[in-house]
Design a protein around this ligand. Sequence first.
Ligand code: UN1
Length: 513
Amino acid sequence: MTVDTLSNVSHLLASLGLEADNPGAFAGTWIPTHGERVVSLNPATGEPIAAVHMASVDDYERVAAVSLDAFREWQTWPAPKRGEVVRQLGEELRRHKAELGHLVSLEVGKITSEGLGEVQEMIDMADLAVGMSRQLYGLSMHSERPQHRMYEQWHPLGPIGVITAFNFPVAVWAWNAMVAAVCGDSVIWKPSHQAPLTALAVTRIADRVLKANNAPPIFNLAFGGRAGVGERMVADRRLPLISATGSVRMGREIGKVLADRLGRGLMELGGNNGILVTDDADLDLALRAVLFAAVGTAGQRCTTTRRLFLQKGIAAEMKRRLVDAYKSIRVGDPLEPGTLMGPLIDETAVTNMLKAIDTAQAEGGKVLAGGKRIDRPGFFVEPTLIEATVHMPITCEETFAPILYVFEFEDLDEAIRMHNSVPQGLSSAIFTLNMRSAERFLAATGSDCGIANVNIGTSGAEIGGAFGGEKETGGGREAGSDSWKIYMRRQTCTLNWGTSLPLAQGVEFKVGE
Ligand code: UN1
């Protein structure tokens, strides 16, 4: 089915098995929920799409019990067999890419190509996880004792709690769920308050694949509030790992609860990502990259470029070109071809953006482009460029909106200092054609972020690498590389196949001599 044939919303919902009113809890089957009714709005019009009934804490208990049982069985499946189920899930998502991408656009306002990209990110994660299912390697070590063998192995961990945000309503679940599944874990998903429908649609698809394979119900869902389901889930000792994407404030609250029960946390929190552009940079490339990274997804990615550092020699020209480009960005219906920027997610997001612009101006910033709400239904704003200095406190904050603060610098050391002076540490980039400048940025004394790019913007990371950031971004790593390790428990095994009992460190303990 193509996007064109799905222009009718009820047709789209029906094609994904959704109704006008939906239960917001899945525990191997959809269960009646007892919480508040939440209407998911189309941020491009402010109109309702469909409603979901939240799970209560009691509903959550049912979900958790089913997830624990599912885990107990699933952990006994060989990892490559688990991978085969994930492979089929990837295939099923491929089949539904158009509808799911369209629903992402409708529910969170992403432009068509980004809505489809979001689904592609899930498919890519499935493919990656299938490969991982045969590569969950442990090391073997040389024992210091004769006739001993020492090695480590990785076992499934348990039911994993996954809390996602509206801006990547399904891809971030896939980062966690696909990997957790091949690792032998079950997943309880608490999707965003602002994007429950895409989560429901994906859970339906995943459930079909599990049932077709006679697999236990490892992909469950509890759509609930932060207070209530969220708090219960984070405090739930049956869940050895909580993976949470959201604000620094949310991460701090979760971190405290996890610290108290000594649970594992995988945090992907705020970013305040910067791009440095040096005098020798390819400015055409830099301009295109800054635009996608600062304006794409209406500035609502954790990897969005929020700070731009321009070297003095090119600063005036880059600003001029940026102002022209900002004025020509097509803002509007995200599903219309040619639109580059859709709406913000809701009214609060608009208010927060306008407040940040006011604060920036009060702190001495100068608006170079944009700065206003667009007068039409929905939550549309102008992409905004603000000339700033690092002494403005607002530039240390993440405002989830398309505001780009522009700074100037003389030399690279100064730029790196300015760049690293914020509390967040997710993504970073430098535009330069000078090898020394590039390496300076990537050195240990360079960018302090979890992601550092050269001649590429801060957003749009590939899933093959480990994704996450340092400092207040929370330190978690998801998706590729060896991120799978957090979803498993490591066991160090030492096996004595000899006839004596030598002790490590040369300790003697001879009983009866
Ligand atoms: C997020 O905004 O929470 O690198 C994740 C990117 C995307 C993921 C963003 N692949 O921009």
